[in-house]
Ligand binder design. Structure first.
Ligand code: FAD
Length: 349
């Protein structure tokens, strides 16, 4: 008989993990309350770079190719379109940043990600341009709302997903039992709401609210994603997403005037584009102070796991991390200590 897993939460973490466990022959059930305030409202951007220090993103060379391949495979599996390659054009905020880009773009390690600055980049006029601009290669965005919607439909149609709230009264962690059904594994993938569920409440998960705007503009370029202070993601037909705010320790879901003003000001700093605001959304990222995910088995309850803390780069990291967790769950392969919750559990015990 196949081993049985119950996943709580059908956001990015839960859906990626479900694919990985199903591929290992595990029988999977997912429970989700039916609304999502992170994976579905995310811009879904995958930017290989951390511009602040002009470094590659953490474990980039592992995460990026696996993510690209994974999303293309899932497109085939679901007969849907999620993956959209995009060039990110970074407008440098200082001469120092430009020099750092020049230096990095001469290194082999950055060759797949940074274009050398051309004279056209130097003088690019799609935004206010004092220090020049550079193009990031191998970036993409995932249609995040589509990802959640299509997965909900797909997993429901296949009898995998049940839409219901997790009932903590019906949960016996010491027996890995939920609503009188025993499971080999129960994996919590509740995003920022994990904080409200007792099993893993001791972990230092933070709730970082983010707001974005959907705008229309005749003046913004549609073939590249502009970046400085904010990102501008082109959707076609003169529509763009502008993001994002970072509002720490804030789990509220209301859009605010302050958020809108802030985003319009960051866009204004890039240039004058006469944006017409069409929509504004808010969501909450599950973040961790050390910027590493929260993964692994509960210290007191064998078979009970968590996959959370995907932070601001969830769409890049989730496919590889889900595979690593699935391997850990099914074969006991050790998790990278940087992501393992034992880094906090050891202090908790
Ligand atoms: C404004 C904004 C912009 C972002 N932009 C990007 C971006 O461009 N690129 C990027 O990589 N990341 C981005 N992110 C971050 C990204 O969205 C997250 O890292 C990722 O989506 C988190 O996924 P998750 O599955 O852990 O959580 P969630 O998406 O929150 O999923 C958790 C699921 O658990 C379910 N759940 C919770 N509690 C219960 C319960 N009691 N019972 C049943 N079900 C429950 C919820 O319904 C939900 O579907 C952004 C986030 C925000 C807010």
């Amino acid at each position: 008989m196949a081993q049985k897993a119950l996943i709580i939460g059908a956001g990015l973490a839960g859906t990626c993990l479900a694919h990985q466990l199903l591929a290992k022959g595990i029988s999977v059930k997912i429970l989700d309350q039916g609304y999502n305030h992170s994976s579905a409202i995310a811009a879904g951007m995958v930017n290989p770079m951390v511009f602040r220090r002009m470094n590659k993103s953490w474990r980039l060379d592992e995460f990026l190719p696996e993510a690209q391949q994974f999303y293309l495979e899932i497109e085939k599996k679901l007969n849907a379109k999620f993956y959209h390659p995009i060039v990110i054009r970074r407008f440098f905020s200082s001469e120092q940043e430009r020099l750092l880009w020049e230096e990095r773009s001469n290194e082999m390690a950055y060759e797949p990600y940074l274009e050398k600055i051309s004279s056209a980049d130097e003088h690019n006029q799609t935004a206010n341009n004092t220090f020049g601009s550079g193009r990031v290669k191998n970036a993409f965005w995932i249609d995040a709302a589509g990802w959640v919607q299509q997965h909900t439909a797909y997993f429901k149609a296949n009898g995998v997903l049940l839409e219901a709230q997790f009932d903590s009264q019906a949960w016996t962690p010491s027996e890995c039992k939920y609503q009188s059904e025993s499971y080999d594994f129960v994996i919590f993938c509740m995003g920022y709401l994990q904080k409200e569920e007792e099993t893993f409440a001791y972990l230092p998960l933070q709730q970082t609210k983010g707001q974005t705007l959907l705008i229309e503009s005749e003046l913004l370029p549609e073939e590249e994603s502009l970046n400085r202070k904010c990102f501008v993601l082109p959707y076609g037909q003169k529509h763009f997403r502008i993001g994002a705010t970072y509002e720490f320790n804030n789990p509220t879901l209301t859009v605010t005037e302050e958020g809108k003003t802030f985003l319009l000001e960051t866009l204004e700093a890039l240039g004058t584009y006469h944006p017409k605001v069409i929509d504004q959304v808010a969501g909450v990222r599950p973040t961790v102070l050390d910027r590493r995910p929260l993964m692994g088995m509960h210290p007191n309850f064998p078979g009970v796991f968590i996959f959370n803390g995907l932070g601001t780069k969830g769409y890049m990291m989730a496919p590889t991390l889900a595979r690593e967790l699935a391997e850990h769950i099914t074969t006991n392969k050790p998790l990278n200590p940087e992501i393992n919750i034992s880094r906090f559990t050891d202090k908790h015990l």
